[in-house]
Design a protein around this ligand. Structure first.
Ligand SMILES: Nc1ncnc2c1ncn2[C@@H]1O[C@H](COP(=O)(O)OP(=O)(O)O)[C@@H](O)[C@H]1O
Ligand SMILES: [Mg+2]
Length: 254
């Protein structure tokens, strides 16, 4: 049933596993949002997590980042069992996530929003300011440092969310629908940014995204969730040909 192919960029057994989810399950009352979900995230890859609305993608992010505990199953990050660890503990270990809906401090400047995101490792205000400037430059915000976050155009607010996450110096960056509401040119720029985050900063990316063309273009491997369960996984080519995947998406378009 399941198409499991290892991509050339991530041959199983050769690359280090950063995050391992084993039989993750999360119930909300009678609803099972995530069920028996197992996957591995390899060092240096861009792994896509896709699925129709309500498939359990954001819940998966909430589970792996410690925002909510799983009903059952295990999570191992950098060799440590983080299953019931706090969100603070997990973020300090280097797993940083963004939210589907931006959670910016609207009444604070772009600069202050990024400074607040900086890692605790940076002790001096000067070091935090330098990190803030680097991340603002990378995300195209260097000319907007004094603007209130809430007054930024939507596209730049999305970039600010990413700048804040990068300021924490993640090992793994989990992006929840970062392209929503972006225009064509902005989408292309964001994809270039993701590539740069991976290649120049050495950060591994887990990407939840509805924009299929973008996902197919940028991801090394893709996991497909449907009703909380893993429907297929493999290279973009393999999952886009998978009959179960096609059926799940067409089924939801009706
Ligand atoms: N805190 C919650 N309480 C109750 N139900 C929830 C909660 N969070 C998510 N759900 C439900 O879990 C399912 C999966 O949601 P979600 O993970 O947000 O899906 P996706 O991000 O793939 O669109 C949906 O049916 C949603 O309504
Ligand atoms: Mg979601």
């Amino acid at each position: 049933m399941q198409t499991t192919m290892s991509s050339p960029a991530a041959p199983a057994g050769e690359r280090k596993v950063l995050l391992k989810a084993e039989n993750l399950e999360r119930r909300f009352g009678g609803l099972t949002a995530v069920a028996d979900f197992s996957f591995e995230l390899y060092d240096g890859e861009i792994l896509g997590l896709i699925g129709p609305n309500g498939a359990g993608k954001s819940t998966t992010f909430n589970l792996i980042s410690g925002f909510i505990p799983p009903t059952s199953g295990n999570l191992v990050f950098l060799g440590e069992n983080i299953t019931r660890k706090s969100a603070t503990h997990i973020s300090r270990m280097g797993l940083i996530r963004t939210f589907q809906h931006d959670s910016l401090l609207s009444d604070m400047s772009v600069a202050d929003n990024i400074v607040i995101g900086t890692t605790r490792r940076l002790k001096s205000p000067a070091a935090r300011e330098q990190k803030m400037r680097e991340m603002a430059k990378l995300t195209g915000l260097e000319d907007h440092l004094d603007v209130m976050a809430g007054s930024l155009p939507h596209g730049l607010q999305r970039m600010l969310s990413i700048a804040i996450a990068l300021a924490a110096e993640p090992k793994v960056l989990c992006l929840d629908e970062p392209l929503t509401g972006l225009q064509g040119v902005e989408v292309a720029a964001a994809l270039d940014l993701f590539e740069m985050i991976r290649s120049q900063l050495g950060i591994t990316i887990l990407l939840v995204e509805h924009n299929m063309r973008a996902v197919m273009r940028i991801c090394d491997r893709i996991l497909v969730l449907n009703h909380g369960r893993l429907l297929a996984s493999g290279t973009p080519e393999a999952v886009s040909r998978d009959e179960h995947v096609i059926e799940a998406y067409l089924g939801h378009k009706k």
